[in-house]
Design a protein around this ligand. Sequence first.
Ligand code: DC
Length: 233
Amino acid sequence: METAPAPVVVAIDGPSGTGKSSTSKAVAAQLGMNYLDTGAQYRAITWWMLSNGIDVNDAAAVADASGKPDLVSGTDPAAPTITVDGADAAGPIRTPEVTAAVSAVSAVPQVRTRITELQRAIAAGAPTGIVVEGRDIGTTVLPDADLKIFLTASPEARAARRGGELAGRGGEKPVDLDATRQALLRRDRADSSRKTSPLAKADDAVEVDTTELTLEQVIECVVTLIEDRQRTA
Ligand code: DC
């Protein structure tokens, strides 16, 4: 008789445009696991700061306000949700204003402590295992994760994918790939150089370079890594 696979906690980290979200969501759905988009949480708290007139470049003001918004993440990979004080934040967190401000807000230690606590509680409450994607999941949030994966890709591939995503969202103007590439590299530099839990590969993470791979190939690779881990868990 087949037994249910062991519930494993999987951390998937990497910079923007490596296919992290699409991969994590698809893999979690395929394996019947929960899914948490931690970038959405940082975006949501950033949206709350902007909506409440907090100067996002004033770290002390951001720190003071960091405990105020009520953030709730739904972890069904088929329909992940994020609400702030009960309001659906899925649309507003993807605006250019939020994207431009999120690195500053997520560099504030009090913000990271607050969001890290939420992330650990969600991971601990996932009975069929969870895929958690972000920047510091394997290094800081879940250092004891059963499996850690670090996705990379060349800057050109990442800009092209991010440009494709933006175009797919139906903006009014055509997407400027060079500007997208510059903005993406700027955000990665900020995320990698901040003092508190920067974007980094954990020593025990498996690195997957997705530059030459299709999304389907990345998904297949990650599913295989998780299934192997489930067998030994
Ligand atoms: O994955 P994303 O682009 O939606 O993430 C938005 C920002 O949130 C990213 O620029 C850095 C920050 N972030 C973070 O600091 N730590 C995480 N675990 C996830 C995201």
